[in-house]
Write a new protein. Structure first.
Lengths: 153, 286, 375
């Protein structure tokens, strides 16, 4: 458990949240490991875990008929997979697949959500940390959507 | 008021008259992109050019367009140009065969300031076809590799099949002291690399941003975001260089088409310093 | 600048100047009345000049009117500028032909005519000097302009009155012709119909020497000065010009641009009549033989395709195109060529079908709203 606490305490997303939070989060965390092509989760599954990647690469994908799986983002060391844990209906909107051997820790999102319902200060502090990541991804996605490299229309 | 006598008295050569060159080799890079190697069709040596410059290529009966030079400036025997078929002239260029002739004018434009990177980390950010006009700079950087600090190439394109000069990039990554990160906007299941915008790779750069230099080329919106992201990690705006593009007819600063506020992209660019163009790039329809 | 003499000639003396130039092989171009406008065309004799005609100009308004006297140069400026001779509207550049082993390119540049321009006003002298900088002062010289410009003989004319849209005083481009001419005439219509002649070059002096003339006396120089003062003090428009570059570059998103965009038809008239506008486009014309000819023609930044790139135009809105023209003329030109691109001739105001007035637009952006630039 000490290892997990250390990891949570050092992660920049959780800076300044205090030792109680670290203990709580680490208390419902676990080490995870995925081999290449193993899925972390599939679309529509309950969004019950937050993955902090420590090593490797994970692709976020959507399956479309006729095109198969299309990767629209990859995440690597230090990044968070699974921002949808924050918001109802608490279900994943896409698949997440390890591209290569990937290690990380998974935090129990349900446990954190329940705690946030009771401790609103904590809830606000977590939202303040996760929203910027969400917004950054949204802005990056907009650029991708512009399809700037495509032939001129 | 100037006096007429203040100007050069000799009759000037006609810079709108093309010389004739011949296609010595053609390679298909992508389904719509070809690289042509051009050699003289007369007895004159080819003009010397600098990385970042372009020429005006004329196809008989079709028209003339600006095309970036994508080859090694140290090789005087040919001018290598990469063309994507997006209009009638570029399409015609891609249908030329070995032995066919073209009209050529130039080289024109400003150069990538490679020598300014001595003893500094150099970041090259390319988007899509933007890798082509940057390739001469990469050749120059690699030819004098020890003179520079870290060398990083970030390359973003639409999907894995659109990666330009793919084998060459793989070769560079294997052989040389150069970091190459490739990312795509989206990919199929077999892609094992990055997926995401090229700007996402910037915060992770392991360079000394405060003293580094960046050369950026790609679609204008991508260059804007990349330059902004480079500045956000601490790079000076005057150390970031972009390659702009505008409509060109003469390429010699006389037809007026390529104007970008007070600059003529054909002579004050295409390579321009970010601090000088940042404000204008943020305005609509300049 | 060497001190040249002044002299006085009669209309017959002027006729002799014209025939002298023609005898020397110059093609004399000057003002003539045609299609209800005073335009520049071939002048063979005095009879071709618009004697007794003047022009009445306002925003979007041009009419010729009869004068009460028979002044030969009693008008201001018409729709033509001298650029139509120095920088031709259409020019054949070269021909490319298929050959056995490829292609051959041949220049189609013809030997230029030797022009003599008669009745060039001060604003026009400045406009020619501005175009000299564009075409002769850069890394790449335009040989077509150079060939036409180098030998051109210039007889200037000093304005004795200002037009309704004139503002050369604001742009420090007139009304007195100061340099850049071979001879300068000021028409005097007192008891006698005479012209004060100021010599501006050796060859101007040489030409004058061949025609009947007499010494200028103080009555002539006084009358000439008075005529010019009349023009100077009655400018149709004003534009504060010392700060225009900074003003426009700091106001690229001023709401006035939206206002003018609602009026501007992007017809491009202003660019056609402006004596300094120089933009061109190239055209390829193919023959059935497989040969192709490349021509150069005037173009305008107001056209939709002017800034076309990658499937669209950078400047597609009327607002952006009007802004481009005006900021180029008054601001960017300074960065590009060291001077303003505007000489205050007023043609753009006169020939705009909706009467957009560049002096009024500048004033509006400066925030001095209300009213036009009328003096």
């Amino acid at each position: 458990m000490e290892g997990l606490e250390g990891i949570v305490a050092e992660h920049r997303l959780f800076q300044g949240l205090g030792p109680d939070f670290v203990a709580l989060a680490a208390g419902c965390a676990k080490n995870v490991r995925f081999n290449a092509d193993e899925y972390l989760f599939h679309a529509e599954e309950p969004a019950d875990w937050i993955y902090l990647l420590r090593h490797g690469r994970v692709a976020l994908e959507l399956v479309t008929p006729g095109r198969g799986a299309v990767q629209f983002e990859t995440l690597g060391e230090g990044e968070i997979v699974g921002l949808t844990w924050l918001l109802p209906p608490y279900r994943w909107g896409y698949d997440a697949r390890a591209i290569e051997l990937t290690r990380g820790i998974a935090l129990d999102a349900k446990c954190l959500r329940d705690k946030c319902e009771v401790d609103h200060d904590l809830g606000y502090a977590l939202l303040k940390r996760f929203l910027p990541v969400l917004v950054q991804r949204l802005q990056a996605m907009r650029l991708q959507m512009l399809d700037v490299y495509g032939p001129p229309r | 008021m100037d006096r007429l006598a203040d100007f050069a008295p000799m009759v000037a050569p006609d810079a709108m008259l093309p010389r004739v060159v011949r296609v010595a080799r053609r390679t298909r890079d992508l389904p719509d992109t070809w690289t042509l190697e051009l050699v003289p069709a007369d007895d004159m040596p080819l003009p010397v050019y600098l990385p970042g410059q372009f020429t005006m290529l004329y196809v008989l009966g079709v028209g003339e367009i600006p095309v970036s030079i994508s080859g090694d400036a140290a090789d005087p025997s040919r001018i290598v140009q990469t063309i994507r078929a997006v209009g009638k002239v570029s399409e015609a260029c891609t249908h030329l065969s070995v032995g066919d002739t073209l009209g050529l004018r130039g080289p024109y434009g400003t150069a990538w300031p490679v020598a300014e990177g001595y003893a500094r980390d150099v970041v090259v950010v390319a988007g899509g076809l933007g890798l082509a006009p940057l390739r001469p700079a990469l050749y120059q950087l690699l030819a004098s590799r020890p003179r520079f600090g870290k060398l990083v190439l970030l390359y973003g394109t639409r999907k894995p099949d659109d990666i330009l000069f793919r084998r060459q990039l793989a070769g560079w990554r294997r052989q040389l002291d150069m970091e190459i990160e490739v990312t795509v906007d989206h990919a199929g299941a077999d892609w094992r690399g990055h997926v995401g915008v090229v700007t996402k790779l910037i915060p992770r750069l392991g360079v000394d941003a405060a003293t580094a230099m960046a050369l950026v080329c790609g679609p204008e919106v991508m260059m804007r975001f990349a330059a902004s992201a480079l500045h956000d990690i601490g790079m000076a705006e005057s150390s970031i260089h972009l390659s702009l593009e505008r409509n060109m007819k003469c390429a010699i600063g006389l037809c007026g088409h390529c104007q970008f506020a007070g600059s003529f992209v054909c002579k004050d660019g295409a390579v321009m310093r970010y601090d000088k163009v940042r404000r204008l790039m943020g305005l609509k329809e300049i | 600048m060497p001190e040249f003499a002044q002299a006085v000639i009669t209309p017959q003396g002027l006729a002799a100047l014209i025939s002298g130039l023609r005898d020397d092989g110059f093609r004399v171009i000057g003002p003539t009345l045609r299609d209800a406008a005073i335009v520049y065309d071939d002048i063979e004799s005095l009879g071709d000049l618009p004697a007794g005609w003047t022009d009445e100009q306002e925003a979007g308004h041009y009419r010729v009117r009869r004068r009460e006297d028979s002044a030969l140069f009693g008008y201001n400026v018409g729709p033509h500028a001298w650029k139509r001779f120095l920088h031709p509207p259409l020019l054949r550049m070269w021909r490319a032909e298929p050959t056995a082993d490829g292609m051959a390119v041949t220049s189609l540049a013809e030997p230029a005519e030797r022009y003599a321009f008669l009745a060039v006003r001060s604003c026009e002298l400045h406009a020619i000097a501005i175009q000299d900088r564009v075409f002769l002062g850069g890394t790449y010289v335009d040989p077509h302009y150079q060939a036409r410009r180098e030998g051109a003989f210039i007889i200037a004319v000093n304005c004795g009155q200002a037009g309704g849209t004139c503002f050369c005083v604001s742009m420090k481009a007139g009304p007195k012709a100061k340099e850049g001419y071979d001879l300068a005439l000021t028409e005097l219509l007192a008891d006698e119909h005479e012209f004060l002649v100021e010599v501006g070059s050796e060859r101007g002096a040489a030409l004058l020497a061949r025609v009947p003339h007499r010494d200028a006396e103080s009555q002539h120089t006084d009358a000439a000065a008075s005529a010019v003062a009349n023009a100077e003090n009655n400018m149709g428009r004003h534009m504060r010009s010392d700060d225009v570059r900074e003003l426009l570059l700091a106001n690229l998103e001023h709401p006035r641009w939206d206002d003018v965009a609602e009026r501007c038809l992007t017809c491009g008239n202003c660019t056609m009549v402006c004596p300094t506008c120089f933009c061109t486009a190239v055209e390829d014309e193919n023959a059935l033989t497989g040969a192709a000819e490349r021509k150069r023609r005037w173009d305008s930044c107001f056209t939709m395709d002017f800034s076309y790139i990658h499937g669209g135009s950078v400047r597609s809105s009327a607002k952006s195109r009007y802004r481009q023209w005006m900021t180029h003329k008054l601001a960017n030109w300074v960065d590009q060529f060291g001077t303003s691109g505007c000489v205050g001739c007023g043609r753009c105001v006169t020939w705009c079908p909706v009467g957009i007035d560049i002096t009024e637009e500048v004033r509006a952006i400066r925030g001095e709203g209300g009213g036009d630039g009328r003096a």
